[in-house]
Design a protein around this ligand. Structure first.
Ligand code: DGJ
Length: 707
């Protein structure tokens, strides 16, 4: 809801209030919902601004910075007008949130330069968040150059920690908390993708609660926190201004990517709101609310070394175990026997597919499984027919040796010809295989950013617009296909990508211990349906550590379940265990995938960690609890459950696991469970001497007892 009194706008979600003074571009209040009707005069003249510009006395980081039409870099955007839209206007040319949401439009104009700056605040009541975007319009007769246009500026007062989600390949989104006194801190990517290293989702955490910000963007981004002498804390989020210089010709508009902000009293609440926003207003299409299939992917089972017979053997074992979808990963096309060739040659490798992709897909379907296919549309191998025919499709600087990563180059997606090629050939792969699922991979970052006739300062953004155009065209052509994004694991796990791909491969690290951290970090900003989570072979291929099959499954229940191994080589007992796991997952899938998701314990540092999902009516829940190591003679481990009805009594039953002798069951009040219960038998894992570096884990099913 948006209420207006003169120049004061009050934006309300069910539990938050944002008060804006439009004429002076001030934030008067943002936080817990106000009970009083108003009385904001005492706050007038606040240094908390909706945006900030260079040229006046605000020497803090600016949110808008332009080489102006008058040749200077000063701007003096002053209030011009405002409007309330009943519906959210389109964010031109970029992926953005959708759905019902009243929107406040504010316009500020630099009269001397004839340039206008717009801000949009959309209230999404159902998820308790506000989407914000900004744009610049050049009304002058001369061009200007945008050097920075943040999507959102959030000014706060007080002491805050800057919470970011950082890492690397196979170690994505580890929570980092920086207690910030004075100074400027930033979190960014210059890799052309949102990156494994620093996700665009950030939080400012203070005594008053949590302010969470995310960006609907997949390219170079920057989130900045500046704490200045006055105690004002400025949070900016938007396209990275690194190498950014965008020419805005007379009559043109530049739209910055959308950001989403939310205030919540706790981290858990902030996550629930972000999850609701992503599920309701970012993820699209038929799969938005549909239960996601249990899949088996051959990558870690075979890598490039497969033929038709091997694939069908794995698929048969997948069917036998109860899986619903078989996914053929890298290596089915061109002459691809390793990672040195063939990207771009999206024709069938007759030998490995044994008669073509369509026939292999038909054979899988004949077993009663759906068929899914892996592609890496945005890349090119130098050893490929595509490169030999169109070397200029690759991203490289003329006359220079390009930097190679994984023996491949990026395609120059800033070129529409290249985009059209990709749309055509990838659409053909999907059509001829009849795939109902596509894993869309991206296995290196941008280097040598260059495109003929594309100014350097515009390259990175034009490149990402190219990615969006391709993704949009292909996903629209195949509305019934479930798309899972991937970038060498989770290197482009962001809201921009999730506007096209309903789920994302969270990380190439499938080790249960590492996954618990990665999934926990990811869950701060993203719902569990977005997180691909697979059970893989033991010892784990990334860490070399071992974990019981049941532990690997429990941890994978924190996302959309798959098996990333050759199921055909498991022992009969293991096969029975997998079949029981899949049956269990399917029975509880709705709750696991769409329940309210809470982190348990602390995956970053403490011994006990896990997660739980709770049904909306709070009558059922599933909790996974893990202990990192057995502390001999130490305190009894315990866990505090979350999100339950405090006055209800629950029957708690442990899932029968092959590595525990019994499956205890007990009843307890919701408040008792949330107060903390001891995990008496967590160390009774019968396979504990078998694996080094193992994680102890149990899964509990909670059901409200009838009154
Ligand atoms: C990286 C992905 O994250 C893996 O799952 C796999 O698909 C490989 N690429 C294939 O090259």
């Amino acid at each position: 809801m948006i209420r207006r009194k003169g120049n004061i706008f009050r934006l309300e979600t069910p539990s938050t209030t944002l008060v804006i003074k439009a004429d002076t571009a001030e934030y008067l209040y943002y936080g817990k919902k106000l009970a009083s009707g108003g009385g904001f005069e005492a706050l007038y003249g606040s240094p908390r601004k909706l945006f900030s510009q260079y040229g006046g006395t605000d020497y803090s980081e600016s949110s808008v910075l332009v080489e102006n039409t008058d040749g200077g870099m000063s701007t003096a955007f002053a209030f011009s007008k405002c409007k309330i839209w009943a519906e959210k206007p389109e964010t031109e040319g970029l992926p953005s949130s959708y759905g019902e949401g009243k929107t406040l439009e504010l316009k500020y104009t630099d009269a001397a330069a004839k340039v206008s700056f717009f801000l949009y605040y959309t209230v999404f009541e159902d998820s308790d968040v506000i989407a914000v975007s900004s744009k610049l319009y050049n009304g002058a007769k001369k061009e200007l150059y945008i050097r920075r246009l943040a999507s959102v500026q959030l000014d706060l007062f007080g002491k805050y920690s800057f919470v970011t989600f950082e890492g690397d390949w196979a170690r994505e989104r580890q929570k980092v908390v920086r207690s910030v006194g004075r100074g400027i801190f930033y979190n960014d990517s210059k890799k052309g993708i949102s990156s494994h290293e620093r996700n665009p989702f950030v939080m400012a955490e203070g005594e008053d609660g949590v302010y969470a910000v995310n960006l609907v963007y997949s390219g170079n981004h920057k989130e900045l926190m500046e704490c200045c002498e006055s105690g004002r804390v400025r949070l900016l989020s938007g396209i990275n201004d690194f190498m950014f210089r965008w020419k805005l010709s007379p009559g043109e508009t530049f739209t910055a990517p959308e950001a989403v902000i939310c205030y919540a009293p706790t981290e858990d609440e902030a996550s629930l709101r972000m999850h609701a926003f992503v599920s309701e207003h970012i993820v699209r299409g038929k799969w938005k609310k549909k239960e996601r299939p249990v899949l088996v992917n051959n990558w870690e089972g075979t890598y490039f070394g497969f033929d038709r017979e091997r694939i069908l053997k794995i698929a048969a074992a997948a069917k036998e175990a109860g899986a619903e979808l078989f996914v053929l990963d890298d290596g089915w096309f061109g002459k691809r026997d390793d990672d040195t060739s063939s990207l771009g040659d999206w024709y069938d490798n007759e030998v490995k597919t044994g008669g073509g992709l369509a026939s292999l897909a038909d054979a899988v379907r004949a077993m009663g499984l759906d068929f899914g296919i892996w592609v890496e549309p945005e890349m090119i191998s130098e050893d490929s027919d595509l490169y030999r025919a169109h070397p200029n499709f690759a991203m490289k600087v003329p006359g220079r040796e390009p930097t190679r990563m994984r023996n491949q180059l990026c395609l120059n997606l800033a070129d529409e010809k290249v985009q059209n090629y990709v749309v055509r050939v990838i659409s053909d792969v999907i059509a001829r295989s009849g795939a109902s699922y596509v894993k869309w991979d991206y296995n290196r970052a941008v280097t040598d950013p260059f495109g003929k006739n594309v100014p350097q300062g515009e390259y990175f953004h034009r490149y990402i617009l190219g990615y969006y155009r391709i993704a949009s065209k292909i996903t629209k052509k195949f509305p019934f296909v479930l798309f899972e994004g991937c970038a060498g694991g989770g290197g482009r796990f962001d809201l921009g990508s999730l506007c096209y791909f309903q789920q994302y491969w969270t990380s190439d690290d499938t080790d249960a211990r590492e996954r618990l951290k990665i999934q926990s970090g990811t869950s701060y900003g993203y719902p569990q349906t977005a997180m691909g989570a697979h059970v893989s072979a033991c010892p784990n291929h990334q860490t070399g550590d071992g974990n019981p099959l049941e532990t690997r499954f429990n941890v994978a229940c924190g996302g959309t379940l798959g098996y990333e191994m050759d199921l055909s080589v498991l022992s009969d007992e293991e096969k029975r265990t997998v079949a029981r796991q899949i049956a269990f997952y399917k029975e509880h899938r709705k709750l696991l995938q769409f329940g309210d998701f809470y982190r348990l314990g602390e995956a970053f540092g403490e011994n006990i960690a896990g997660f739980m999902t709770v049904s909306k009516d709070k009558n059922t829940a599933i909790a996974v609890v893990c202990a990192s190591k057995q502390v001999i003679g130490g305190e009894l481990p315990y866990v505090r459950f979350k999100g339950l009805n405090p006055s209800a009594v629950y029957e708690v039953t442990a899932r029968e696991q092959s590595n525990y002798r019994s499956a205890p069951s007990f009843t307890a009040g919701g408040d008792v469970l949330m107060g903390g219960i001891p995990l008496r038998d967590i160390y009774e894992d019968t396979e504990k001497t078998q694996y080094g570096g193992r994680l102890y884990s149990r899964l509990y099913i909670l059901k409200k007892c009838k009154a």
